[in-house]
Design a protein around this ligand. Structure first.
Ligand code: TXA
Ligand code: MG
Length: 322
C-alpha cells in the first residue's frame, strides 16, 4: 500500500519477552499477540504508518476498519464517546469478547485509517492475561484485526499466524491456543437501535438481557455496515458443504457429536460430545486442518442454531460462499 516492500525476519517471542514485544509496538512495528478470541495483528493505533502496515501485511481491502484494543474501560473512554448502553455493556462484559462501535471522541488520538474513513471507532478490552499485560506495557491503544491474510480464517495459535504472516511482521508473541477461538461479538452503538454487526464469542442473548433487543444488520453485499460481514470473508480453498448428513466420495468430514456418517476420507471432530463452546474453540483450526488438496471437499455436520452455534454457523456460511 505504501509501495514499500514488506520483508522482515519474524521473531518468535514467549511471555518472558513481553518487554521486547511492547518495545517493537512502540517503535511502530507489527506484533501478533494472543487474545481470548483469536490472535490479533497488533500495531500502535496512534501511528498512521503502523496502521497502514497492518492493511499491507494482511493484503486487506482498505475499507475495512480495525478494532482498537485497550487495557481497561478508562482507556476506552479517551478514544470514544460512551452512552448509557456502552456503560452497561462495558461494566458487565469487559474484559471480554465484546467489541463496541462508538463515535470517536473529540481528540481521539487513533489514526483515522483505523476507522477507515468512518467517524466511529470499534473498541474492546480483551480478557487475556498476556494481552492485558502487553497493552499496559505499551501504554497506547493497539489496533489489531485478526492475524490472518484477508479472506482467510482467523488464527488461534502462533503457528497459524506464522503460516500466513511469517516474514511480514516483526514478531509473534506465543501465548498458546486461544481459549474461545471465535472473534468477538461486534455491536454498533452509533445508531438509535443497537445493532449486532457480527455474532461472536459473546452470545447475543447475554447482550440483549443487558440493553434490550438488538437489531440485526442485514448482510448486504453492496453496502456492508461491517465489512467483516462480507459474505465470503472466511473462505477455505476447498468447497464446503453445510448441514451434511451423509458424506460424498473424497470429502473430509467436520464432525459434531458422537454419531458420524460413514465413508469420509478423514474425520475431524469440532466436538465429539456435541459441545458448542468446544466446537467454537476448534473451528478455525479444524477448517485449516481439512483444507488440503488431497480432499475433494469439506462436509460439515449440522450445528444447532442457538447460543455459540449461531456464530459458528455464521462463520461456516461465509466459508461456504465463494
Ligand atoms: O476477536 C476479535 O475481535 C479479534 C481479536 C484480535 O480482537 N479481532 C478481529 O478484528 O476480529 P477484525 O479486524 O478481523 O474484525 C473487525 C470487525 C470487522 O467486521 C469490521 O468491519 C468491524 O469489526 N468494525 C471495526 N470497526 C468498525 C466500525 N467503525 N464500524 C463498523 N464495523 C467496524
Ligand atoms: Mg478478521
Amino acid at each position: 500500500m505504501t509501495g514499500e516492500p514488506i520483508s522482515t525476519v519474524t521473531e518468535r517471542l514467549t511471555p518472558a519477552d513481553l518487554d521486547r514485544a511492547a518495545a517493537l509496538l512502540r517503535a511502530g512495528s507489527l506484533v501478533s499477540f494472543p487474545t481470548e478470541t483469536v490472535y490479533g495483528l497488533g500495531a500502535d493505533a496512534t501511528n498512521d504508518r503502523a496502521v497502514a502496515a497492518v492493511f499491507a501485511a494482511k493484503e486487506r481491502p482498505r475499507f475495512n476498519p480495525l478494532i482498537v484494543h485497550v487495557a481497561d474501560s478508562a482507556a476506552a473512554r479517551r478514544l470514544v464517546r460512551f452512552d448509557a448502553r456502552a456503560e452497561r455493556l462495558a461494566e458487565r462484559f469487559w474484559p471480554g469478547p465484546l467489541t463496541l462501535v462508538l463515535p470517536r471522541a473529540e481528540r481521539c488520538p487513533v489514526a483515522l485509517l483505523a476507522s477507515a474513513g468512518l467517524d466511529s471507532l470499534a473498541v474492546r478490552v480483551p480478557a487475556h492475561p498476556l494481552a492485558e499485560a502487553l497493552l499496559r506495557a505499551v501504554g497506547r491503544p493497539i489496533a489489531a484485526p485478526s492475524a490472518n491474510r484477508s479472506g482467510r480464517v482467523s488464527p488461534t495459535t502462533a503457528a497459524h499466524v506464522l503460516a500466513e504472516l511469517d516474514g511480514r511482521i516483526a514478531a509473534v508473541l506465543d501465548g498458546g491456543p486461544c481459549p474461545i477461538g471465535l472473534e468477538s461479538t461486534v455491536i454498533d452503538l452509533t445508531t438509535q437501535a443497537a445493532t449486532l454487526l457480527r455474532p461472536g464469542g459473546l452470545v447475543a442473548e447475554a447482550i440483549e438481557a443487558t440493553i434490550g433487543p438488538l437489531a440485526r444488520a442485514a448482510p448486504d453485499e453492496n453496502a456492508p455496515r461491517s465489512p467483516g460481514m462480507l459474505a465470503s470473508h472466511y473462505a477455505p480453498a476447498l468447497p464446503l458443504r453445510l448441514e451434511a448428513r451423509a458424506v460424498r466420495p473424497g470429502e473430509a468430514l467436520l464432525a459434531f457429536g458422537p454419531a458420524v456418517p460413514p465413508g469420509a476420507a478423514a474425520v475431524h471432530w469440532l466436538s465429539r460430545s456435541g459441545d458448542l463452546a468446544e466446537a467454537a474453540a476448534r473451528l478455525f483450526a479444524e477448517l485449516r486442518a481439512v483444507d488440503r488438496p488431497e480432499f475433494g471437499g469439506i462436509a460439515v455436520m449440522p450445528i444447532p442454531e442457538h447460543g455459540l452455534g449461531l456464530a459458528i454457523n455464521d462463520r461456516l456460511r461465509r466459508a461456504a460462499t465463494r
